[in-house]
Design a protein around this ligand. Structure first.
Ligand code: SF4
Length: 272
């Protein structure tokens, strides 16, 4: 892992997800094999693979403070192309400092992470009405989780982080995805995740399938070839064959819907 300290010129960037996005790091130690943010690598000077470098924006809190004095208040997603609570955050505390500023200035803060380390900041988040904490989960099978998300927090700890946040008066929500064909899209896996979700006071649940952003298939194919070689042709059928893809997506949509209903989860948004 190559870590570099850099100085950024801007802190808040325009976002399709919210008015602004805040990313204190360029790159992500979590190195998820399906990561949609891999395309970011081409905007850096790095030759390393995604997940093997992180640039730390050491001055981002100062830059943010200047921006907050002149920008229009809006909603912010933390983070859109990295994880704000990746392991380096314990050393640099940049996301924490920016979070404190954003909340103080009255911004709506929407967090999406897969790090149980976010509980460190519950002292800042507790009871705030302008905050929602979202957690991404893909599987409760820890052997599989170590293959597809090698560095991230165990899924059970992610669920308990949401529980801890809810107990401190924080709005919590869940992002399930991406559902990987024949790995995490199984009835058993989705049912286990929904069963855990049903125990939490979630404001919403969003579910997404695998979307092939640039460089994602290359990464997934390497992972499949190493761990599940028999799945490569099956992936090609549901990702690249039009009829196969349509059939797969329709069946998956129905499967997710009926499993969620079976667990009494009505506040579910299927994003595909
Ligand atoms: S945590 Fe998010 S940004 Fe980081 S590697 Fe995984 S999917 Fe990508």
């Amino acid at each position: 892992m190559k870590t570099s300290e850099i100085h950024c010129k801007t802190a808040l960037s325009p976002s399709k997800l919210r008015k602004y996005a805040l990313n204190c790091y360029v790159g992500c130690q979590y190195a998820c094999r399906y990561c949609y943010a891999r395309f970011m690598a081409k905007f850096t000077n790095h030759d390393e693979e995604w997940g093997e470098f992180v640039d730390v924006k050491v001055n981002i809190a100062d830059v943010l403070l200047r921006e907050l004095a002149r920008k229009r208040v809006g909603s912010v997603i933390i983070s859109s192309v990295c994880d704000g609570w990746q392991p380096l955050e314990s050393q640099y505390r940049l996301t924490r400092e920016c979070l404190r500023l954003l909340i103080g200035y009255g911004y709506d803060v929407n967090i999406l992470t897969k790090s149980a380390f976010v509980v460190r900041d519950l002292d800042i988040l507790a009871g705030k009405k302008n905050v929602a904490l979202g957690m991404t989960v893909t599987t409760l099978d820890e052997d599989l989780r170590r293959v597809i998300e090698p560095v991230s927090s165990p899924t059970a700890r992610r669920f308990s982080s949401l529980q801890a946040a809810a107990e401190r008066g924080v709005e919590v929500w869940l992002f399930v995805g991406p559902l990987l064909p024949f790995l995490t899209d199984t009835e058993e896996n989705i049912s286990r995740l929904m069963a855990e979700a049903s125990k939490l006071p979630l404001s919403r649940i969003a579910v997404d399938r695998l979307n092939l952003r640039p460089r994602v298939w290359q990464s997934l194919k390497e992972m499949l070839s190493e761990h599940f070689p028999e799945l490569v042709p099956r992936y090609e059928e549901v990702l690249f064959d039009l009829a196969g893809k349509e059939r797969y997506v329709n069946e998956l949509r129905q499967k997710v819907k009926s499993i969620a209903e079976a667990h009494g989860l009505s506040r579910i948004t299927i994003l595909f």
